[in-house]
Design a protein around this ligand. Structure first.
Ligand SMILES: [Zn+2]
Ligand SMILES: [Zn+2]
Length: 397
């Protein structure tokens, strides 16, 4: 039996009206706080989740994970969370460990129903299960929509990944169905050709997402752009520097792209020999100097490098590499870094989160969504109940 959290007073999604007459959507708000709009473009030094009203022409990008497959407390695996002023939210990748940071933002999970995979390495998709089940437990009462590339063979594509994963945790899904809304258990997969060149893979509600190929390990890594309201965010999948990114990322407000450790630093970090490190950093990935070259060609409003662990030594090595080839606006992303983007400015801050953040409240739609009958263990297992314990009576519903 799963306990479903009752909505907290004042914490539901609501529609408000500012003094200016502008309406806004308000996410799960912590008790005792009221969200405020940003006035005159002056942001607080830190971002406290759900306390700021996103402007209706504004985009907020939160780095949920920026690290490596060997995640650390400060750098879990890759995921970026994009919120738009129209109320839409998008996840790009959901690498291992990233859902902890997602939950710490206490989002309205009824909206967190779309994830785009760049490729199927575990450091990019390893928390898929946690997103599917955790989001369902926390407010999503509709299917989780998964968008991702095909592979060179059918069994190496996104659909095969999602099918295989959901089979692997069939027992989990079976136990929760009934206690949780039936539709939330479902998955809708859109697998597209990894060789699409800047073609549309998603277009709804004024938001267009395009995909193009990346060059990484095996066929089937891609990059994405998200265009909305004259703002463009580019999410680069793992790649060797590629011509498609240089062409299609142009015009980006925020262009994210891996800035892997340079060979010497990588060799030291992992204890590898220099030839292995050189191969990985410069043939499978993009070393910082290569990232810099790409950004010098793309010229985004802000270049966003990620996919490392920014220990002081690593940070220094990456920064020196990037700055040897690129002198434009730069952020080397850390977990829980928050970037607000408007036509006028780009503001980079850190989120201040509660290590014990409560689960977000759920909506009436979630509470009232159809559920099938709950299940129990069989009579032969029930027969093993120890008579030395009697549970308290069930309270009235
Ligand atoms: Zn990869
Ligand atoms: Zn990776």
């Amino acid at each position: 039996m799963i306990n479903i959290q009752k909505p907290l007073a004042g914490a539901l999604v609501a529609l408000g009206v500012l003094a200016s007459g502008v309406t806004f959507a308000q996410n799960a708000l912590p008790d005792g706080r009221s969200a405020a709009p940003i006035e005159n473009g002056v942001y607080p030094a830190s971002y406290f989740p759900n306390t700021e009203i996103l402007g209706d022409a504004e985009m907020r990008i939160t780095a949920l994970g920026t690290g490596m497959p060997n995640q650390t407390k400060a750098a879990v695996s890759i995921s970026f969370y994009v919120e738009l002023g129209n109320g839409d939210v998008f996840l790009f990748d959901v690498g291992t460990g990233a859902t902890g940071n997602l939950f710490s933002l206490r989002p309205d999970f009824s909206k967190v129903d779309k994830v785009f995979f760049s490729h199927l390495h575990v450091d990019h998709v390893g928390d898929f299960m946690g997103l599917h089940v955790g989001g369902w437990l926390s407010g999503r009462y509709k299917p989780l929509r998964v968008f991702g590339p095909s592979g060179s063979e059918k069994e190496l594509g996104t659909k095969a990944y999602v099918d295989g994963m959901s089979k692997a945790y069939a027992w989990d899904l079976a136990t929760r169905t009934g206690a949780l809304p039936d539709e939330g258990a479902k998955l809708e997969v859109t697998e597209f050709d990894y060789m699409l060149e800047n073609e549309v893979v998603y277009q709804e509600n004024g938001v267009t997402v395009r995909s193009w190929p990346a060059i990484h390990s095996l066929d089937g890594s891609v990059s994405y752009s998200l265009d909305w309201n004259g703002l463009k965010y580019v999410f680069g999948g793992d790649t060797y520097p590629n011509k498609w990114y240089v062409e299609y990322a142009k015009g980006a407000d925020i262009a994210s792209h891996e800035a892997f450790l340079p060979p010497k630093a990588l060799a030291k970090y992992f204890g590898w020999d220099l030839s292995q490190a050189t191969y990985v950093a410069t043939r499978i990935h993009s070393e910082p100097a290569a990232f810099g070259k790409v950004m010098s060609a793309v010229e985004p409003r802000m270049a966003l490098g990620y996919h490392s662990v920014l220990s002081p030594e690593n940070y220094q090595a990456i920064l020196e590499g990037v700055r040897s080839t690129y002198d434009g606006p730069l952020t080397l992303a850390r977990d829980l870094q928050v970037i607000n983007v408007t036509k006028d400015q780009i503001v980079v801050r850190e989120a201040s989160i509660d290590d014990y953040a409560l689960p977000p409240a759920v909506s009436d739609e979630y509470i009232n969504a159809p559920r099938s009958a709950e299940k129990e263990t069989s009579a032969k297992v029930q027969a093993g109940k120890w008579d030395g314990y009697t549970p308290p009576p069930m309270p009235d519903k």
